[in-house]
Design a protein around this ligand. Sequence first.
Ligand SMILES: [Zn+2]
Length: 71
Amino acid sequence: MLFYLTCWTEDDGIYSCGHEHLTIGEALECLVPDGKSFIRARDNGRLRSLNEAEFGVFLLEVGKGILKGKG
Ligand SMILES: [Zn+2]
């Protein structure tokens, strides 16, 4: 299974939203645009960075959010 979750860094480590978002767009709803948050993929139980294709989707979704006036 492949899920996406939003992570962010605090002084004492990395936290995640703890959800199992099915899409990057969903995970973005948990993302606070403060520069400390990022999205990771959980691929068969293992956390990994977004691959190139997923990062493209991420940028597209971020762009949509800006156009909607969310960001
Ligand atoms: Zn979440």
